[in-house]
Design a protein around this ligand. Structure first.
Ligand SMILES: [Zn+2]
Length: 333
């Protein structure tokens, strides 16, 4: 598991607010109880007093403190019993006056066994999904909603199989990639094919699934991603925020780069793309690209260093069939 540090900060902020709220409600209840039971405050003070006495006795030098400590302990127990009887007599559950942690697993430290506790990680996952949800309609993006019926079942001699069979295996690879993340044999996938064949849909499903599994997933269209690099390079007004986005593109566990080839491929874009890919490969991070360009198209469009990264480091997933959006439109008419 790894998370965007911003998502972890936000998760901790939410938890701190929930803890403060819980403590405020407890304190308010305690005030109410003390108003109802004036003896309660006196008892609480006396109990505190016996604790102080025991500590003072234990710290005293010279004489053996054990008798004094024992006296304070007995006094404390007897006061506790009185307090309990008082509360029970008034129908108050003493537990409701105790400060208990919000998370019983980590006792609100946020960590468990050297890792983030699930109270923090679940919220960080939710933050990641919320961020993805700003670009993708996540409700819709689900492997189960991918309908193979839009892909022809008839054998295509040119393909040596039916488009449906081929797309079924594409779907299987995408599912396995998420299921096994980050251990799927291919670190990176290159989804390519014509418009309307489900590339954005499946790459969105991958981003969502990987994020749900507790990994930091970032989705960006090529146009939006390179615009952020340009904002940094040309020091536009939003450069600080763009710098933050660039950092996310480079540092996330999985980058889903959608619609590569749709951007204006300037020399600057070529170099930004090369650096991004190269840096992600070197640091062992995962990337999923979707594109209308097959490898020949990519070779024609990008500098050799980029094309060789794509060819050498990505598992190619060709998409087949007829534009699904078009078919749906035809069906409606
Ligand atoms: Zn916890």
């Amino acid at each position: 598991m790894s998370f965007d540090p911003r998502h972890v900060r936000e998760a901790n902020r939410v938890l701190a607010a929930a803890r403060a709220d819980r403590e405020a409600r407890r304190a308010a209840f305690e005030r109410q109880c003390r108003q109802r039971l004036p003896e309660l405050a006196a008892l609480d003070r006396a109990i505190q007093g016996t604790v102080a006495q025991a500590i003072a006795a234990a710290l005293q030098q010279g004489a053996d403190p054990s008798a004094a400590v024992e006296r304070a302990r007995r006094e404390n127990l007897s006061l506790q019993e009185k307090r309990l009887a008082l509360l029970r007599g008034a129908g108050i559950d003493p537990q409701d006056l105790e400060s208990t942690p919000l998370c019983p697993i980590c006792h609100d430290t946020g960590r468990q066994g050297g890792q983030l506790c699930q109270c923090v990680s679940q919220l960080a996952i939710a933050e990641n999904l919320q961020e993805l949800g700003r670009q993708l309609d996540l409700e819709r993006f689900d492997f189960d909603a991918f309908q193979l019926r839009w892909y022809a079942a008839a054998f295509d001699p040119a393909l040596g199989a039916s488009p449906r069979e081929l797309m079924e295996s594409v779907l299987t690879v995408c599912r396995d990639y998420v299921q096994l993340f980050p251990a799927y044999p291919a670190k990176n996938l290159y989804l390519y094919g014509g418009t309307g064949l489900g590339k954005t849909f499946l790459s969105g499903c991958i981003a969502k699934g990987v994020a749900q599994g507790g990994h930091w997933a970032v989705y960006a269209t090529a146009g939006a991603l390179f615009a952020r690099y340009e904002a940094v390079k040309f020091n536009r007004d939003d450069a600080p925020a763009a710098q933050e986005d660039v950092r996310r593109y480079e540092a996330c566990d999985l980058l889903v780069l959608d619609d590569l080839g749709s951007e204006m491929t300037t020399p600057f874009v070529q170099s930004a793309l090369y650096q991004l890919l190269n840096q992600r490969m070197l640091s062992g991070r995962h990337t999923v690209i979707s594109s209308n360009l097959d490898m020949d198209g990519a070779r024609a469009r990008y500098v050799p260093q980029v094309a060789s990264r794509l060819e050498g480091e990505f598992q190619e997933l060709p998409f087949f069939g007829r534009d699904v959006r078009l078919q749906k439109k035809e069906e409606r008419l």
